[in-house]
Design a protein around this ligand. Structure first.
Ligand code: DAH
Length: 454
């Protein structure tokens, strides 16, 4: 059991927050939600906070001179001849986001605790792969495409996680009769990598048991594809990251996705840690066929990468919240299409506040249900906690950690203590302001999650 420092004893709520509490306890569920000007009915599945719905309007990846727009263009210039789709709406059906790619019905990604639902039939895309099948349908034989978009996932809170981020998806179709041409292309790419300072640790292109070729695929038509995928992506990073004194170090590892086999992951070494950059693989025949192509004649590779992960080291942006900043001191630093180092405007002091509470009776013991589908344990979802904190504190919340988590056998209840770090990137925070936000968070946690403050 995790036993860290004891929580601070809780102070009584101040008058202001009792008002706030009344507001929230009695707030009826909204009958509709409006996203991008469209109004949708809500139901028991709705979990999209207005603060997240507003982010859909920002379109950062197509707004110059935003760094994400620059990254999008840099990637596109590397994949010459690939058609770009950068304007696909983030409101999709679970059928598109999951079923079209063969996600099993009990996949954790589908859980309300993991994804944002407008209602049972409509959600925010959790990845750009949601558009794969539709885009294949519009792609000619032997064609390639890219798709960059904002994606949404309920997540923890720290300097590199935000519930909205951006991905670029890319795919290439190759006729099985063209494998010799592809091998020649691979040779050329390999020569380019050898001449560069990049260190690429490869992994086997398949494993008969853990990362198999598809039953209908011969190695001759898959191995050149897998190599081409890895080489095209490695050379992409070679072209994006400037040659520097420390050589870029990337490594491939096997992975698993419901619509690819074999599948891979790429990580890059950054500040003494391996940073996950992308997932990719050889598309399943079923998915190719759903996308209107003939799997007997064509193979395809595809990848999906988080572009903040690239932009943060490249532009030296230390906190993912900065990408969403409306402050002109952020925007004015960048020029369209150019990579430059971000200068932090100033580092304002953090303010920490702790909240300790009992979960409702009947909630599982800590770690007992060990992250059952989507972290949902008997109705308790950790991501509900993060969403409420973000909903009230917005981008003033830099980090939230659970620093105490214990089970009281006598009470049969689980206690959690969380530490919220508030820090504005634009100004110094007043203590009173932070207290008020903390009180409002406390009131909402009590009202919505039925926790009992200790
Ligand atoms: N959509 C996956 C993710 O968000 C990444 C991915 C994996 C994309 C494999 C692909 C793919 O196109 O083939 O984690």
């Amino acid at each position: 059991m995790l036993q860290v420092a004891r929580a601070r004893p809780w102070r009584p709520l101040c008058a202001q927050s009792i008002q706030a509490r009344r507001r929230y306890v009695h707030a009826p569920r909204q009958r509709t939600v409006t996203v991008l000007g469209e109004t949708y009915p809500t139901d028991d599945y709705t979990n999209l906070p207005p603060t997240i719905a507003e982010l859909l309007e920002r379109r950062l990846h197509v707004t110059p001179p935003h760094p994400l727009n620059t990254i999008r263009k840099l990637i596109a210039s590397h994949f010459e001849g690939f058609k770009s789709y950068d304007d696909l709406p983030a409101v999709v059906t679970p059928a598109l986001n999951f079923d079209s790619l063969g996600f099993p019905p009990d996949h954790p990604g589908r859980a309300r605790g993991q994804s944002y639902y407008i209602n049972r039939g409509i959600m925010l895309r959790t990845h750009t792969s949601a558009h794969e099948v539709d885009i294949y349908r519009q792609t000619p034989r032997s064609g390639g495409w890219l798709c960059t978009a904002d994606v949404y996932r309920r997540d923890e809170i720290d300097r590199s996680h935000y519930p909205a981020f951006h991905q670029t998806e890319g795919a290439r179709l190759v006729n099985v009769a063209d494998m010799d041409k592809l091998k020649a292309e691979n040779e050329e790419l390999r020569r380019g990598i050898k001449a560069s300072r990049i260190i690429m640790e490869d992994c086997p292109d398949f494993d008969a048991i853990t990362n198999p070729l598809q039953a209908s695929h011969l190695p001759e038509t898959v191995l050149p594809m897998a190599q081409n995928l890895k080489l095209r992506i490695t050379t992409l990073f070679m072209s994006i990251f400037p040659p520097s004194t420390t050589p870029l170090h990337v490594r491939w590892t096997p992975d698993i996705f419901p619509w690819t086999s074999p599948s891979f992951q790429l990580e890059v070494r950054y500040r003494d840690a391996w940073l996950e950059l992308l997932g990719c693989g050889i598309i399943l025949d079923d998915t190719i066929a759903r996308g209107g192509h003939n799997p007997a004649e064509e193979r395809s590779w595809a990848f999906g990468m988080g572009i903040e992960r690239i932009a943060m080291p490249l532009f030296g942006v230390p906190d993912i919240r900065l990408f969403w900043s409306k402050d002109e001191r952020f925007w004015k630093q960048f020029k369209d299409g150019q990579v430059s180092k971000f200068q932090e405007f100033s580092k304002y002091p953090p303010v920490e506040r702790d909240i300790a509470f009992w979960l409702p009776v009947g909630m599982a013991k800590p770690h007992a249900a060990s992250h059952a589908a989507g972290g949902e344990v008997g109705g308790w979802e950790e991501n509900d906690l993060w969403d409420i904190i973000r909903e009230v504190g917005g981008d003033l919340v830099e980090d939230v950690k659970i620093f105490d988590d214990f089970w009281n056998e006598a009470k049969g209840r689980r206690s959690l203590a969380i530490r919220i770090t508030f820090r504005s990137m634009e100004r110094s925070l007043e203590r009173a302001e932070v207290n008020e936000i903390t009180d409002e968070i406390t009131a909402k946690l009590t009202a919505r999650l039925a926790v009992e403050i200790r």
